[in-house]
Ligand binder design. Structure first.
Ligand code: GRF
Length: 199
């Protein structure tokens, strides 16, 4: 059984999808803790599933490094086999990445390496492109630059707003995330090797 810790910042809809998938009999992973960098709305999903949650408010710390140290302390206490960033809108300090890598994955609402960063959906829309996508990557020290574990194209429709496009991307993101977690838990996806055939 793969023990997964999930970090969020927002509504946690991707987290909820993972919690629901993990509740199904035979799913080879379980969420053992949920953390946030603020009093995130999505922490309520952990409560709904009876899963311990913690908040390490970024603004309560003098520096990103100090925040990272506390976050790592909280994560370490759960000895996760995998850390999932699912809507965490913070860059992890290098020390935190070093401690938990290679077992850190992140979901991103674009077809990386297209449109990295905090506004992937808005940037894709503004680019005039006819399609974007969703990606699940391994986290390294960069911004959305780690090895791509899974990704899929999502159409941009005429008249799309950032909200309507993001709403079309998220279900794809959730499906990819759940499949990546399942493959890691089943031993079909080894994060310790550097290159991964993107699915
Ligand atoms: C997701 O699309 C995630 O990739 C991006 O922000 C969104 C978070 O959505 N970083 P939610 O909090 O899972 O609903």
């Amino acid at each position: 059984m793969l023990n997964v810790a999930v970090l969020i910042s927002g509504t946690g809809s991707n987290l909820r999808a993972l919690l629901e998938a993990a509740a199904a009999p035979g799913f080879p992973a379980r969420v053992i803790a949920v953390g946030a960098d603020r009093d995130a709305e999505g922490l309520a999903h952990a409560a709904d599933f009876g899963i311990p949650a913690f908040s390490v408010p970024f603004r309560a710390f003098e520096s990103r490094e100090a925040w990272g140290e506390e976050l790592a302390t909280q994560l370490r206490a759960w000895s996760p086999n995998l850390v999932v960033l699912s809507g965490l809108m913070r860059l992890l300090p290098p020390a935190v990445v070093r401690e938990f890598a290679p077992a850190i994955v992140n979901t991103h609402p674009a077809y990386l390496p297209e449109f990295p960063g905090a506004h992937g959906v808005r940037d894709a829309l503004a680019s005039g492109a006819s399609q974007t996508g969703a990606s699940v990557i391994q986290v390294d020290d960069g911004v959305d630059t780690g090895p791509i574990l899974a990704q899929e194209r999502v159409a941009i429709e005429p008249g799309d707003t950032e909200e309507s496009l993001h709403a079309r991307i998220k279900p794809v993101e959730r499906r990819l995330l759940i499949d990546v977690v399942r493959r890691i838990a089943a031993g079909d996806l080894d994060l310790s090797t550097s290159a991964h055939p993107a699915h």
